[in-house]
Write a protein that binds this ligand. Structure first.
Ligand code: SAH
Ligand code: SF4
Length: 399
């Protein structure tokens, strides 16, 4: 029976997606003895992280273990609604199922190693991963909203010049469980650490932390499915924002699925020369392609695409740039988020003066384009856009 279960588990799509990324910290899951099935003894440790599975995968697993499919729903509720981390505590599952699950799978968690609180109330969490790498997530309270900005990669392969994450290079993709565990870990802290948040739930997720979410396509999509799923986090697409630098092939793939979320697209320049200088990806996917695909987003009534535009002094902040931007996005239901460049000693760029920022904004507003200047949150704890490197640099530098 046990070897049959293993064989069936190996057919799960998650095995395939993990195998493509051999640098994972859970390479044991893929090691040859596991793939051959036979050499593993009953006493060896379970290697399937249940949070790497989607709701369909979990249902297949439960059926394969000879149990009723509806139990998958209960199992998912325990994982994401109640944030239980031991199978034996899932008291409405049959004991036999709990015992078998314990043998074939494990439940991973992430607990922040450090939390820093900004003067503006936002909090930065540093999570250490099993292989010694770290990622950061930022909790941003804003009125009735409690937004968590999460990471999808350690580093980023796209190397934008103005971004510290890009400057650190690419280390690896996060697994689905590592993406989900940032949310579950932060929610646990929200519920237990601070009186003012004890009764609150994280209401919005933004995939705008470290990394390019669409460069980690499979694991990001699976994580969004679990966020969407009503027994998972139950967050509607309106409450999930994915920010991309414009990876056209992956955007095309998303458009062929039913997945819904709020799109945010980082334009950051209004002509190809400037954009290619700032964002190397523009050389393979220039502005024209990016805007073409944005015109094809399926938006619900009143829904709009967000265009992000990092304003950098003397590079992309002139009135001429603003007028070009107006021309580029003409006819697209959108709003523009201007992000004044967040400075770091490692980056040669500067933030424009407030006067220039407001002048740029006015040009857009005068042409009936909704345009906000994004408040930089968490700047004093290096938690603002583009400042994430998976280390608490300030804290580590201090005695
Ligand atoms: N890779 C995705 C999501 C992560 S970056 C993307 O590029 O969209 C999230 C946002 O931070 C992007 O809009 C990016 O342009 C912006 N950003 C990066 N570095 C920045 C910096 N130093 N100052 C201000 N915004 C920055
Ligand atoms: Fe990567 Fe986004 Fe930073 Fe560019 S801005 S390097 S795509 S994280």
């Amino acid at each position: 029976m046990f070897s049959v279960v293993l064989q069936e588990l190996l057919k799960l799509p998650v095995g395939l997606s993990l195998r493509r990324n051999r640098t994972y910290n859970r390479d044991t899951f893929l090691n040859e003895s596991w793939i051959m099935g036979e050499q593993r003894s009953m006493s060896s440790k379970p290697t399937v992280d249940i949070k790497d599975l989607t709701q369909n995968d979990i249902e297949r697993l439960v059926l394969t273990l000879g149990q009723q499919g509806y139990l998958a729903k209960q199992l998912i509720t325990w994982l994401y609604r109640r944030r239980i981390i031991n199978f034996h505590e899932m008291t409405d599952l049959p004991k036999t199922l709990r015992e078998t699950l314990k043998r074939v799978a494990f439940i991973s968690t992430l607990t922040p190693n450090r939390i820093e609180t900004s003067q503006d109330g936002s909090k930065k969490f540093l999570f250490s991963l099993m292989d010694g790498n770290s990622v950061e997530s930022i909790l941003i309270p804003d009125g009735s909203r409690l937004t968590l900005c999460i990471s999808t990669q350690v580093g980023c392969p796209l190397g934008c010049r103005f971004c510290l994450t890009g400057r650190m290079g690419f280390v690896r993709n996060l697994t689905t469980s590592e993406i989900m565990n940032q949310i579950l870990g932060a929610q646990r802290e929200v519920a237990t650490q601070w009186e003012e948040t004890a009764q609150r739930k994280i209401t919005n997720i933004v995939l705008m932390g470290m990394g390019e979410p669409l460069a980690n396509y499979d694991n990001t999509v699976k994580a969004i499915e679990v966020m969407n799923y009503d027994l998972g986090l139950g967050l509607s697409g309106r409450r999930i924002t994915l920010s991309t630098s414009g990876l056209i092939p992956a955007m095309e793939r998303i458009l062929s699925t039913k997945l819904r979320f709020q799109w945010a697209v980082s334009l950051n320049a209004a002509d190809d020369d400037t954009r290619s200088f700032l964002m190397p990806i523009n050389k393979s996917h220039p502005l024209k392609e990016v805007l073409e695909i944005c015109r094809r987003f399926r938006l619900r009534p009143r829904e709009r695409t967000i265009f992000e535009y990092v304003l950098i002094d003397g590079i992309n902040d002139s009135p001429r740039d603003a007028l070009r931007l107006v021309h580029l996005i003409k006819g697209i239901p959108c709003k523009v988020n201007l992000i004044p460049f967040n400075e770091s000693p490692e980056l040669e760029f500067r933030r424009p003066s407030d006067e220039k920022i407001h002048e740029f904004q006015k040009i857009l507003l005068d042409r009936y384009i909704t345009c906000i200047i994004r408040k930089s949150r968490g700047g004093d704890i290096s938690a603002a856009c583009g400042q994430l490197t998976g280390t608490f640099r300030r804290a580590m530098n201090s005695p």
